[in-house]
Design a binder for this molecule. Sequence first.
Ligand SMILES: Nc1ncnc2c1ncn2[C@@H]1O[C@H](COP(=O)(O)OP(=O)(O)OP(=O)(O)O)[C@@H](O)[C@H]1O
Ligand SMILES: [Mg+2]
Length: 371
Amino acid sequence: MQNPFLYDRPLPPDQLVDRTAELEQLLQLARAGQSTRIATPRRFGKTTLLGALAETAWSAHEMIPAYVDLSGVTTVDDVALRIDHAYEQGLDRGKLRAVWRGVRRRGTANARFGVPGIAQVGGGMGAPSAEVALARLHDALDLPRLVHARTGQRCLVILDEFQDLLTAEEGLDGVLRSHIQHHSAVASYVFAGSEPSLMAALFGDRRRPLFEQARSVALGPLPLADLADWIDERLDAAGREGLREHVDTAVSLVGGHPQRAMLLAHFLFEQDDDDPDALDGALEGARREARDGLAQTWRALSVAQRRVLGAVARGHDRLLTVAALQATGHAKSTQSAVRRQLLDDAHLRELPGGAVQLVDPLLGLWTTSPQ
Ligand SMILES: Nc1ncnc2c1ncn2[C@@H]1O[C@H](COP(=O)(O)OP(=O)(O)OP(=O)(O)O)[C@@H](O)[C@H]1O
Ligand SMILES: [Mg+2]
């Protein structure tokens, strides 16, 4: 039987552990024409959630989804192409295919000949091709208007790994804004990103064009009980009931981190049903699998940050207490600044009341024995 726990790719929309409240909130805001933003640490289930959002927006609300993956985008032309591709996919349904053919005809013609009078963004590329690329991007960003004119339906434009947009060209958030500000009747936007501090700068800095342009929606850890039920169900379906006794401990170890939960469940599935140490074996497998990523994360941290994460891993969840300061050897002001930075970079999560928790439970194990 194939291992049912996937940890290395977004899950199909019908597979996810409960995100009902988040989905409902995103849908409601989208239907009201409100743009939203989601910023979470890496591997926290954004793309999985966005896939389900696109699906439900279409099946239950007749919004036309355009899911744009901006990860690693490098040029303006690449951005335009990815947006085009997203609409092509979103419109790849029955009668809507004809709509796509219609709008594409128009868009390609404009881009090919260039649109006069459009200011250039930056000057990284040769002048003519930069102009054509920008014209093409303007065309792509105008698609919801054209689609709405032909269908009367609202588009739901989802921009995943949105922070990468600015690596293609500084100032593209301004180009985007020049379109979306006129789209409230025809499209709603969801901006998702895995670098919370960059996302906060894009939407929270009044000097940036998208300042306060999208409402923040939180995406926290998965609810532990739902997660445990979900793993149980899959173990049962595979005839591996023997492993169920480890599920509650496994879930409490990963604390609802979606990818870490699936990783651990995956390696639990690899153990023998009657092995009393199955969970240790699973944890070992998960740590081995995550080792390179953890090492990379660790190397990128300062010594002070490592000390603080180490203290949290050893149970100091209130970092400004005398005991926690003794554990790191930091002055209170240093500790406070490092704590803030780790929260901003999403290595730590703040709990109500000011205590903190490691976002990645495996990083906690790494701090105590990095092999
Ligand atoms: N709702 C969910 N239910 C169950 N597992 C989930 C859920 N969301 C995410 N996961 C698990 O986490 C993994 C990562 O999910 P996903 O790719 O959606 O996250 P992401 O935040 O988009 O990651 P990245 O930062 O790499 O883009 C998935 O492979 C899956 O194992
Ligand atoms: Mg993703």
